[in-house]
Ligand binder design. Structure first.
Ligand SMILES: Nc1ncnc2c1ncn2[C@@H]1O[C@H](COP(=O)(O)OP(=O)(O)OP(=O)(O)O)[C@@H](O)[C@H]1O
Length: 595
């Protein structure tokens, strides 16, 4: 056995015994060799941190060689640097530069390196001020590299995985090997192959030992089977930070269609709590201050990003919670009277959709931008029961018959007692239950359903606002999740962003609402006359608008039409080059011709 191997084995034995290995140098070992090995190892180990230095050195060597051999190549090098910069900015996503900032950084580095190299090849790398420029530029451009969180996370993972063979031997899983690994915001996950005869149960039994060997906090490691179900594979999830330790900023909408499950926030193991709301009614409960409104904000942020959903909302606390979303809400009821009408219209919509489906021989309404789902969000349901009890049969009707026709309810309330829910069928029809913290143990069953407390759903132990348990067809074990938090600014920005892209209800639903208000129409095109009038009024307003344009709310009030109707007409007129958006939400005509 070589001397070096002997030393490594000795060092391992010492580590196993809890002792710190030290490098021993004796007379047999030549110092320069050992120093070179140590330096070489350090240069390799810290290759990520030293990458800017390596890149700079490569540039200098490249420039020196090319300056003497091919000084006329500089235009090609400049062109190549520029092309690389454009490609990084344009299609960098394909090589893993997922964020805009990363793409811009790569483009800047490519361009700066190309420009410096071209100049140094033409003039010589020592031509003043090229050396000074290189040192300063490399240092400044290295700062974002050193600070980059994802790079640092990846390096940490690489180092932990490099130590895996040692760890595996120490904890009694010799022979297991890493197959792939990925770092993310919370830590990393990796797929492992087990040695012959080892099983998932062996690994599960070693979790505390793995946590100790990796130096993580207790509870940071989860072991799972791999998706392909192979008995000799497992997946390791390692958390660097507790995902629930602090409020979690909303990363933006996770869906672009109601058919996709919405990401409400991470579970404790940092996997996303994704829930489908297509053809499902939802009940959200929890004491005051437990984060229900925060949960509704996450839902709203996702729903308004779906072009196949029309959102109606009832907020009898004078629109306090939902008003900030008003620009994306097709109808917002803030008084009992408005709530009654809104729910009556929703029933008319569901009935009209049901008969349209029956006529076409179809069973379900498939939401699309032309035939959107209708989602009715009701904040503080108990207020509706108290102030508009005559609307409860309508919510019952929607809860019982709305699924197939994609008319669904999302209701939030503190304690969904039979009284608070209006003694109807609404609660029993709720397929998705989200429970934030409750005060009393018995309230768990009120929100999540009979027997859930005994089955381990302990919503009374949730210890921070925004934490919740979710029970849904795709979530049947109690796992704590924490909802993302949207700041007021995020809500305003998101609502502004999507206000111009909200869909309008389909013709079947609109006609049903108009008939519910005006009685059955004898005309086959009931709204034609009104549409003509509204369009004339709209054009009048746009063509006489001042330079700063008319606001959309003004156009809504003056024409008496819905916000989506106004936006659709504005889009059509803008496409025809007849109107222009002067600034966000301000429009006027391009010419003053009449239509
Ligand atoms: N997901 C979250 N993460 C961190 N903090 C949160 C979260 N959601 C809410 N909070 C904090 O808790 C406070 C109360 O939240 P929220 O208003 O959503 O509660 P609520 O249950 O709707 O209360 P109420 O019934 O009185 O309206 C918020 O001001 C916020 O500071």
């Amino acid at each position: 056995m070589s001397r070096a191997r002997q030393m490594r084995r000795h060092a391992r034995t010492m580590r196993r015994n809890g002792l710190q290995p030290v490098v021993l140098i004796n007379g047999d070992e030549r110092l320069p060799d050992l120093a070179i090995v140590l330096v070489g190892r350090a240069l390799w180990r810290y290759r990520s941190e030293l990458a800017p230095l390596y890149a700079t050195s490569a540039l200098v060597v490249g420039a020196a060689v090319l300056h003497f051999e091919h000084p006329g190549w500089w235009p090609y090098l400049l062109g190549f640097g520029t092309a690389l910069a454009s490609a990084s900015a344009g299609i960098g996503e394909r090589v893993g530069l997922t964020r805009r900032g990363e793409r811009l950084y790569a483009a800047l580095v490519a361009f700066a390196a190309g420009a410096w190299l071209a100049s140094a090849v033409a003039l010589g790398p020592l031509w003043t001020p090229l050396p000074q420029l290189l040192v300063c530029g490399a240092f400044v451009l290295a700062l974002p590299w050193w600070a980059h969180r994802r790079r640092r996370a990846r390096v940490r993972v690489d180092r932990q995985l490099a130590a895996w063979p040692d760890i595996a031997r120490t904890i009694g899983l010799p022979g297991s090997a890493v197959q792939s690994a990925m770092a993310d915001v919370w830590g990393w996950r990796a797929r492992f192959a087990l040695a012959r005869g080892q099983t998932l149960a062996d690994v599960t039994g070693k979790v505390p030992a793995i946590e100790s060997a990796l130096g993580t906090f207790r509870g940071a490691v989860r072991v799972m089977p791999t998706r392909d179900g192979k008995a000799n594979r497992f997946e390791l999830r390692v958390l660097d930070t507790d995902p629930h330790a602090d409020a979690i900023a909303w990363p933006g909408p996770s869906v672009s269609s109601i058919a996709e499950p919405i990401d409400l926030g991470p579970f404790e193991d940092a996997t996303a709590a994704r829930v489908s709301f297509l053809r499902r009614h939802a009940l959200i409960g929890g004491v005051a201050g437990s984060g229900k409104s925060g949960g509704i904000n996450v839902l709203m942020g996702n729903l308004v990003a779906c072009p196949d959903v029309v959102v109606w909302a009832v907020d009898l606390k004078r629109g306090m919670e939902l008003q900030p979303w008003a620009s994306c809400i097709d109808r917002l009821a803030t008084t009992p009277e408005q709530a009654r009408t809104l729910l009556r219209d929703a029933v008319a919509v569901l009935e009209a959709r049901a008969s349209a489906l029956a006529t076409q021989g179809r069973r379900v309404w498939e939401p699309s931008p032309d035939m959107p789902a209708l989602v009715i969000v009701i904040d503080e349901y108990a207020e509706l029961t108290d102030d508009a009890p005559d609307a409860i049969p309508d919510t019952d009707s929607i809860a019982r018959r709305g699924r197939a026709v994609a008319v669904t309810l999302i209701a939030a309330t503190q304690r969904p007692t039979q009284k608070a829910m209006g003694k109807g069928a609404v609660r029993s029809q709720m397929d998705v239950r989200m429970s934030f913290r409750v005060r009393e143990r018995k309230d768990v069953d009120l929100i999540l359903g009979q027997g859930m407390l005994n089955a381990g759903w302990h919503a009374h132990t949730l210890n921070a606002p925004g934490k919740f348990l979710i029970s849904a067809p795709d979530h049947d074990v109690p796992r704590r999740a924490r909802a993302y938090l949207l700041t007021d600014k995020t809500v305003t920005r998101t609502a502004d962003h999507y206000a111009d892209h909200r869909p309008e209800l389909d013709t079947v639903s609109r006609t049903a609402i108009e008939e519910a208000h005006n009685g059955p129409s004898l005309d086959t095109a009931p709204d034609e006359g009104q549409a003509d009038d509204s369009e004339a009024v709209l054009w009048d307003l746009l063509s006489t608008a001042p330079d700063e344009g008319c606001t959309v709310p003004h156009l809504v009030t003056a024409t008496g039409r819905s916000r989506p109707w106004i936006y659709q007409r504005l889009r059509e007129l803008a496409d025809a080059g007849r109107v222009t958006q002067v600034s966000r939400g301000h429009w006027r005509s391009v010419t003053d011709d009449s239509p």
